[in-house]
Ligand binder design. Structure first.
Ligand code: ARG
Length: 477
């Protein structure tokens, strides 16, 4: 590719070690598409005749159709794909294979382009594809959560602050919290897609192509919004990869929190759910065990995602403009992070759908431990007692209850009245489970009618999003 000015051959172990082909073979479809787009651009600039352009495109399509498995890409002795042993990277590979397909005409393809713009383009195309698959997977997970929320009806559970029981909430309200996170993740993915949707082709090695190329041809042919606006930035920018992995790491944190809650809720101590057997494992030592491997593994994998985003930040920090070979190291974290997320999203929706909550245990946990104390204070403040005083009066009632081992609703009215004048018969209704939920009657609150509205809204948005996707694929990787 570049040996003209060299007198000595490369040291063989260095040559092998600096190759990126063992990693970037995944970019074959993107490299082929980008090469076709470049061919169209140099065709329009008069470098290729119409006939040469169509032969070149046919040759590239043949290279793109090479059916190779991962193991074949690592097989330097592959009988069918001979260039594997020679290829330094995916760009080199495609040129070598194209030469085998169409002969010397292939050597014209590199007119007016550089691998620096190619890798920047291929990686953008790769990530844009991953974003679509991730969005489809997230939609699938959100709809699994919405189905669970539907099934939960008016089931209640305790909510926690500081991991101490706080107030009762609807189980569906808790599930909808994760749908909110997913919707933000989807919006972040869409944002980063919009920002990365510009085509580096035509940027050359650093200063722009040395031919008067119409860069909009390549941008349009690859489905980008337009060409990038600065050649130095375009060839060295990896914000798109950084942002993508950062978005995935935030998504990983959400999934990890869900995984942690389920791990906790499935313990005998909580007993809020039985782990689905199809997604759990046993212990080789302790016969009685059923372990939450799926949720634990997910929690662990979120660390990998943060690792990918961190690796890219550290890689980019301090790189002078423009291209530096360090950037080659930016590929693996992207591939690893996207495979990790797609792997998770392959199992998480089905796992979520198979969850069966023990609503009786959840309800029992929500009706003990004075979770209606806040509703009690609200009752008093609705009767004109300043909230600070109401808080104290209910606090006194709780202490009184604790001393005699009774919940607030088991205290007699004359016992309550010693803490404040405003207690009357309707207090008991005001601290019932229904009233305790319904006093949170604000947008985003756990009042039953608010949650019904929230659930309908989320379903509408998630269904509309699903309908806007090209097709729903069950298998993501
Ligand atoms: N394999 C290289 C990479 O991934 C392609 C770009 C090489 N450019 C260069 N000037 N050596 O970064």
């Amino acid at each position: 590719m570049w040996s003209g000015r060299f007198r000595e051959p490369l040291d063989t172990s260095f040559e092998q070690w600096q190759r990126s082909f063992p990693v970037d073979w995944r970019l074959l479809p993107m490299e082929v598409d980008a090469s076709i787009a470049h061919a169209r651009m140099i065709g329009a600039a008069g470098i290729l005749t119409a006939d040469e352009l169509s032969r070149m495109i046919a040759g590239l399509e043949a290279v793109g159709a090479l059916e190779m498995s991962e193991s074949e890409f690592h097989n330097q002795n592959s009988p069918s794909v001979r260039s594997i042993s020679e290829a330094e990277d995916i760009h080199h590979f495609v040129e070598l294979e194209l030469t085998r397909e169409i002969g010397d005409l292939a050597l014209k393809l590199h007119t007016g382009r550089s691998r620096n713009e190619q890798i920047a383009t291929d990686m953008r195309l790769y990530i844009l594809g991953c974003i679509e698959t991730t969005l489809a997977g997230l939609n699938n997970w959100a709809s699994a959560l919405l189905d669970l929320a539907d099934d939960a009806g008016e089931a209640v559970m305790p909510s926690y602050t500081h991991l101490q029981r706080a107030e009762p909430v609807l189980v569906s309200h808790w599930l909808l919290a994760y749908v909110s996170m997913i919707e933000r993740d989807m919006s972040r993915l869409n944002d980063c897609k919009d920002r990365m949707n510009y085509c580096p082709l035509g940027s050359g090695a650093i200063a722009g192509a040395t031919l008067a190329l119409d860069r909009t041809i390549a941008a349009r042919s690859l489905g980008f919004s337009g060409p990038t606006l600065n050649s130095m930035d375009a060839t060295s920018d990896r914000d798109f990869a950084l942002e993508f992995t950062q978005v995935l790491s935030v998504l990983g944190l959400h999934i990890s929190r869900f995984a942690e809650e389920l791990t906790l809720f499935s313990t005998a101590e909580f007993g809020f759910l039985d782990l689905p057997e199809a997604f759990s494992t046993g212990s080789s030592a302790m016969p009685q065990k059923k372990n939450p491997d799926l949720t634990e593994l997910i929690r662990g994998k979120s660390g990998r995602l943060i690792g990918a985003a961190t690796a890219l930040s550290v890689l980019i920090k301090g790189l002078p403009l423009a291209y530096n070979k360090d950037l080659q190291e930016g590929q693996e974290p992207v591939f690893d992070a996207s495979n990790t997320v797609l792997g998770i999203l392959n199992v998480l929706p089905a796992f979520t759908r198979s969850l069966r909550f023990r609503y009786d245990r959840m309800a029992a946990a929500a009706s003990t431990g004075y979770l209606n104390a806040m509703a009690g204070a609200t009752y008093l403040s609705n009767k004109g007692v300043p909230f600070r005083k109401a808080h104290e009066q209910i606090g006194n009632a709780v202490r009184f209850g604790l001393e005699s081992g009774r919940e607030l609703d088991a205290l007699k009215l004359d016992e309550l009245k010693q803490f404040g004048d405003q207690f009357s018969e309707d207090f008991y209704e005001a601290i019932s489970i229904g009233a305790t939920l319904d006093c949170h009657d604000v947008i985003g609150g756990t009042a039953r009618r608010q949650v019904r509205t929230a659930l309908e809204g989320a379903k509408r948005r998630i269904e509309a999003d699903a309908a806007s996707r090209p097709q729903k694929s069950e298998k993501l990787v």
